[in-house]
Design a protein around this ligand. Sequence first.
Ligand code: NAD
Length: 517
Amino acid sequence: MTEAYKLLIGGAFTDAASGETFETMDPSTGQAIATVAKGGPEDARRAVEVARKAFDEGPWPKMKGRERAQYLLKVADLVKQNAGHLAELEARDAGHTIRMAKGADIGMVISTFRVFAEIAGREVDEEPLPRNPGSMNYVRREPIGVCVGITPWNFPIQMAAWKIAPAIAAGNSVVIKPATYTPLTTLEVGRLCVEAGIPEGVVNVLPGAGAAVGEELVTSPMVDKVAFTGSTEVGRRIMQLAASNITKCTLELGGKSAAIVLDDVDFDYAIDGALWGVFFHSGQVCSAGTRLLVQGSILDDFVAELAKRAEAIAVGPALESSSDMGPIVSEAQLETVERYVGIGRDEGADVVVGGERAMVEGHDGGFYYRPTVFSNVDNSMRIAQEEIFGPVLSVIPFAEDEEAARLANDSVYGLAGGVWSGDNNRAIKLAERMRTGTVWINDYHMINPRFPFGGYKQSGLGREHGEIGFNEYRETKHVHLDLGGPVRARHPWWDLTVPKPVPGSLGSDAEGSKPEG
Ligand code: NAD
């Protein structure tokens, strides 16, 4: 018997207008675990109307940031209280190993709500502008309005928090559309927002197909901002659609990040780090260090040890605490990984380890792939240029730091990157040359809701997290209070009491004074 989940619209769980449902499955077993109401365009319109009403007429945007912060802290507490259930649900729906779900996902969700509560409580809504004779000027930071969040399947509960927390902290209402593969924990976070007392209509969750629901949301004239995380291909489409109403958008897109290993590094440290950088969540991570640039002088020894340790990674069902790496999210994604490994072989790269599906006893229906390392990769190959989104590492040699920087930047993407080195100054110099939104030195995946995250080039637009991310959810208004007397004194050419020259007569083209700007 599978569980049934519904849409969250206006603080209540409801069926889809069409009455349709879809199944979501456990990638560890290939079995359905829940039925979910399948939102359609009609539901999208209703969710947006409800969110609009909550924004235009409700108390949420009028509250002070510090008042809203109390609700976010309450959500964080509720997530903590429900940590076991949420972690297990994420493991079952998205294939996150239970160790990762408990150790990384839930903690990140809690800290995201707490950090944005702190920012909302601290950030000022009004700031004076420089003195200007005859007037008083200030800037107000106001919520944008109705925000749509569209999220991918790889980190469902974290992505829900990344979209909901800053949006509502800034006073907006939101409609979140999770990926169809992994809707469950986003619905649970929505439920906890309602339980925390956040007014109805401020947080809405609408599972449904990307094209049908997503496009209805993105093109709605009642939506003020779209925050999208997903592939570059769909991000491009979102940007085009958002253009119809000049809807603001932030885009967190794909990546093909380079982790650079310099010859002065502690071997042991860098090998574990490189494995963590690429095989965390089976490589289904936007910022994964999928290109490992290794200095030629240490290449052979490094790759031999790397392969040995990759071989030892335990691939298994997500709920087993002994599993280091869980399943791939779906059969379709598993086939994509297989296809790319085939492309790599055809391009002439060598499989050092892996290169095939992993068999997991008792879980024949699951979608498992072995950690795979390619050597002899040229940076121009498709496996080094295109996002695979699976446990596949391409090792690329380089001779000098200069060449490492050039290779790292030779990508349409620019999301993240890493440098492994025993020399901090050398590593920092290299980090500063990398055209990516984040560079980690001697660690990887250190995403923190206090620090900005986002992409250069085709990896995205705008930033999430920190004050920068918070301000992506606020408008800037300049208020001018004039203290300088009658308008005509400052704009004499607009003085309606002065007789107008007759057109064509002398002086009709005389220069008048102009207002500034
Ligand atoms: P995807 O682009 O296929 O889908 C993302 C979301 O967009 C889903 O909810 C989907 O239903 C929706 N969607 C699809 N077509 C749409 C359309 N026409 N209009 C509106 N919405 C639409 O991505 P995915 O396969 O779910 O996730 C993997 C991708 O996400 C990878 O490319 C990965 O790099 C990226 N990602 C990026 C970040 C980041 O922060 N930069 C984080 C996680 C994942």
